[in-house]
Write a protein that binds this ligand. Structure first.
Ligand SMILES: [Zn+2]
Length: 424
């Protein structure tokens, strides 16, 4: 089989410090060797050779809070009212392809109506459409009257495609089992309000019995489960029940950090949204955001330091945010999130790259195959012009992502890069 040689790379492997002058050799879907230029094998006559001259090779990234079917909506109520499921599926397919082209070879869902994530995952895995490897999420499983139960009752809609309402532990057990029967890999809960939702952050939308029932049921069936959590009370209740992902996590304190570590739970802080919205408001770009600003400013005042503290204590982090929700959170801006963590929290660029690569592979149980650049792993790789270990903003410019490789195949390849290809 013909091989592909990526020669002269600056390698960011997802674990170690960057190293220059590396040669990464791909054969079929896998990385067959990673070595120095001096030790690299000589390409054969039919092999492809890319002379990278110091361009970066790094693992494909993972968007761990992904809503491909959010069509730049401005309210929760719009998510399932504006388009039929067929149209939403096409929108989601376009966004999945865009996500891949932006350098994200994996995605972990955070909520999708009509099981669109499941359909996308299966369509992508079968080769029907292009997109990242999707760890599929389904409906928001919520209580009656929760923020996400968004349509006025007098409309009499009875829609259950986006938010599934349940009351009591038994109904949560049944709903979680239905989600899994419909093919989801991860279930989404909304135990608290806050963070842009109509109910405030101290509002508990689920009882402890409901939380325990939902989480244990997901685990009994081998699925993961995540929750929108913006208060210490909600976070602790979910961590004690073993939730897999805490979304946002405002209200985390030292006691919560201990429980994160005990439960082995991941934190997805999603700090790009508050940062983007507050800066757009302050610059006059989005005056209509005024009512939401105090709550978001509260997040920015305290949460970045908490995220840093949790990270330093060993809580595993993932990146991902609510792209597609609000005009300021455009699909395609996905990689802009990464630079927020060095800027606001003082976390190193390399650590954030590890959050976006290795940690996501570990979370989805794919670390043997994905998440780092190592011999034997699947070739989900990026070739980047510029050095994200020095400035993560280079990843946010599409032109810098010169190639996206998934499963050993070039999904995109910049013409400038192609010109360096030669047969030896
Ligand atoms: Zn979300």
């Amino acid at each position: 089989m013909n091989k592909t040689f990526l020669r002269g790379a600056r390698l960011i492997d997802g674990i170690n410090k960057p190293v220059n002058n590396k040669v990464i050799v791909l054969e079929g879907e896998r990385i067959v060797s990673v070595s120095s230029m001096a030790k690299a094998k000589v390409p054969g006559a039919n092999d492809s050779v890319f002379e990278l001259n110091g361009k970066v090779v790094m693992p494909g990234m993972a968007a761990a809070h992904n809503h491909p079917a959010y069509n730049n909506v401005n309210s929760l109520g719009q998510i399932d009212l504006e388009h039929p499921p067929t149209m939403l599926t096409l929108i989601a397919a376009k966004n999945a392809e865009l996500l891949l082209h932006c350098g994200f070879t994996s995605a972990i869902g955070a909520g999708s109506g009509h099981y669109i994530d499941v359909v996308l995952r299966n369509a992508i895995n079968s080769g029907l459409i292009a997109g990242p490897r999707i760890f599929a999420c389904g409906r928001d499983v919520v209580t009656t009257g929760d923020s996400v139960d968004a349509h006025p009752k007098w409309w009499g809609l009875g829609l259950e495609s986006f938010a599934k309402t349940c009351d009591g532990a038994d109904e949560f057990r049944k709903a979680v089992r239905e989600e899994i029967a419909n093919g989801v890999d991860i279930v989404k809960l909304y135990p608290t309000g806050g963070h842009g939702l109509p109910n405030d952050r101290e509002f508990m939308s689920m009882s402890e019995a409901e939380i325990e029932a939902a989480i244990s049921t997901a685990h009994d069936r081998g699925a993961k489960i995540r929750g929108h959590l913006i208060s210490k009370r909600g976070i602790l209740a979910c961590l004690k029940a073993g939730i897999d992902i805490v979304d946002h996590g405002d209200g985390t304190d030292d006691e919560c950090i201990e429980w994160f570590l005990k439960a082995g739970s991941y934190l997805v802080p999603s700090l790009y949204l508050p940062s983007r919205l507050v800066s757009a408001y302050l610059s006059g770009e989005a005056p209509g955001l005024a009512p939401a600003i105090p709550d978001l400013e509260r997040t920015l005042e305290s949460h970045p330091q908490t995220v840093r503290k949790a990270h330093e204590a060993g809580v595993p982090m993932l990146v991902g945010d609510d792209f597609g929700f609000g005009e300021l959170m455009k699909h395609g801006d996905y990689a802009k999130e990464l630079a927020v963590y060095p800027e606001l929290c003082g976390v190193s660029n390399l650590d954030v790259i590890t959050w976006a690569t290795r940690n996501a592979a570990a979370f989805t149980g794919r670390l043997d195959d994905l998440g780092t650049v190592e011999q034997g792993k699947l070739a989900d790789l990026l070739i980047v012009d510029g050095d994200p270990s020095k400035d993560l903003r280079v990843l946010a410019e599409r032109k810098n992502i010169q190639a996206v490789i998934k499963n050993g195949e070039f999904v995109t390849c910049d013409p400038e890069l192609s010109r360096t290809t030669e047969s030896a």
